[in-house]
Design a protein around this ligand. Structure first.
Ligand SMILES: Nc1ncnc2c1ncn2[C@@H]1O[C@H](COP(=O)(O)OP(=O)(O)O)[C@@H](O)[C@H]1O
Ligand SMILES: [Mg+2]
Length: 477
């Protein structure tokens, strides 16, 4: 069904629903707390105030209803929503002029904005999508909407009318890209036109009601100076990582969900010289590289019959036949680990990837497990040899309790000693306490150890000032 038809289809019902709508639980709570007022005078005032409020709300709904009807009327004559949108505000002005009841107190802008959000955007969450400070939006059923603002989770006062309303927004998101959500496919991944990633899951799988999670696409992706400014890493660490990328070391960014792995991977990828051919491989394209010569590949989930899926592993294998100078893999989480390690060990150096894990040591252990997924019978020692030979640097990223993202470790993978992979931290984050404002205090410090690959860096004509490994002066986090 086209967007237009859906609006036509849904709106009459919508208007009635708005009309029927009961005060939201928040409002009711206010009322019941009002009852505790003992002084009679206060009670009267309160009652007066709340009845004024209800009256205002009713007027507000009435204006919205009339406006809705007029828009529907117009839509009967023309099918072009875009032509109507600029006229909505004028229509509202006219309605207010013609109806005495709306004179004075009504907030026209708010009514018009809400209607526009429903017509053109994604309903009640539209303001969050437009707000540049908001990085994620989480709808847990109609009455609970969270957002992440500047790294912190916040409960908003946004709500949907009901489950139908949330479903309607989900449909609006997934329909343009040819996906659907219903009982037979109750989970869906999609992307907004601006590239933001969306996941939706509905009842009976989601018990809260239809649930939407949106990871917003950074309009201007962060660059290294942003990360330094956020104190995710120091200037010295940045200098070091820039050199590692240019020297074609294989680098793995490890961290939890939302710790900033992909962002760091993006920043690191932008250190790759412009004259190299870069192939990126992701589940859902998030990387935004500034270089000219970039080929982006995206995996595809199987269809309902379980057919037609293309995995990250398929893409990694394919990419090696594409004459890449660099392969950048969004997230390694399964059998592709084996192909990636083999590629890194056979001349495709300078590769970058991320993986989900809590420490560099844990990342190694997980890679071992992932290689086993590939279904090749390899002795553990052989797997470790592969890992130690392939990966040069692990960057551990973490989202701290105060919401900040930090590179808490830059660790060199030095090699295999006996059965053990030797790791050496080059930089670490030392937490020193919690400040009064709740921020975590600490320092990002070099351990003082120069990496074994320092000579490799120098051989590639890259010099790092030695004080990068010892300077502790300006490491305030
Ligand atoms: N260093 C950082 N400082 C502040 N915010 C960040 C940083 N890195 C990422 N973010 C924000 O955190 C969210 C998750 O980042 P992302 O890189 O996608 O994490 P991951 O790939 O680990 O899941 C995004 O909204 C992003 O804008
Ligand atoms: Mg990611």
């Amino acid at each position: 069904m086209s967007l237009l038809n859906r609006i036509k289809d849904k709106n009459p019902q919508t208007v009635q629903e708005i009309h029927k709508q009961q005060p939201r639980p928040q409002d009711q709570q206010q009322n019941s707390s009002g009852r505790t007022v003992v002084v009679q005078e206060g009670q009267k005032k309160f009652n007066q105030k709340s009845s004024e409020q209800t009256e205002k709300q009713n007027k507000y709904r009435e204006l919205k209803r009339i406006l809705h009807n007029q828009i529907l009327q117009e839509l009967k004559e023309t099918d072009d929503i875009d032509a109507i949108i600029p006229k909505i505000d004028e229509m509202a002005i006219d309605i207010i002029k013609e109806n005495d009841q709306f004179k004075g107190s009504i907030d026209r802008k708010k009514v018009v904005e809400e209607i526009m959000n429903d017509l053109t955007g994604f309903g009640p969450i539209n303001p969050l999508l437009l707000d540049e400070d908001v990085s994620e939006v989480m709808v847990n059923g109609p009455n609970q909407v969270y957002c992440e603002r500047k790294g912190r989770l916040e409960l908003t006062n946004i709500s949907f009318r009901d489950n139908e309303h949330v479903l309607h927004v989900i449909e609006k998101i997934v329909a343009p890209i040819g996906r659907r959500i219903d009982e037979s496919s109750p989970m869906v991944d999609a992307r907004l036109p601006d590239g933001s990633r969306v996941n939706a899951i509905i009842p009976p799988l989601a018990l809260n009601g239809p649930t939407i999670t949106i990871r917003k696409f950074a309009k201007d992706p962060f660059v290294i100076d942003d990360l330094i400014h956020f104190k995710t890493l120091t200037q010295e660490m940045a200098t070091f990582l820039d050199a590692c990328v240019k020297a074609r070391l294989n680098i793995f960014v490890s961290g939890g969900t939302g710790s900033g792995k992909t962002t760091t991977l993006n920043v690191l990828s932008n250190f790759i010289p412009n004259d190299e051919r870069i192939v990126t491989i992701e589940d859902a394209a998030e990387l935004q590289l500034g270089q000219e010569h970039v080929v982006s590949l995206e995996s595809r989930p199987p269809n309902i019959e379980g057919k037609g899926g293309i995995s990250i592993r398929d893409l990694v294998r394919n990419s090696l036949r594409m004459r890449p100078d660099r392969v950048v893999i969004g997230e390694v989480r399964g059998a592709e680990a084996l192909d990636m390690l083999q590629a890194m060990n056979t001349g495709h150096d300078g590769s970058l990837a991320t993986g989900h894990s809590n420490s560099p040591r844990d990342m190694i252990a997980r890679l071992e497990t992932m290689v086993l997924f590939a279904g090749v019978e390899l002795p553990v020692k052989a797997i470790r040899e592969q890992i130690a030979g392939a990966i040069d640097v692990i960057i551990q990223q973490s989202r701290l309790k105060d919401g900040t993202r930090k590179i808490v470790k830059i660790t060199e993978v030095q090699g295999l000693e006996g059965d053990i992979i030797v790791l050496q931290d080059i930089f670490t984050f030392v937490q020193e306490g919690i400040k009064e404002n709740g921020k975590i205090a600490g320092r990002l410090v070099p351990t003082g150890v120069r990496p074994k690959f320092y000579d490799q860096l120098e051989n590639s004509g890259i010099t790092i000032p030695p004080n990068v490994f010892i300077n502790e002066g300006e490491w305030e986090a």
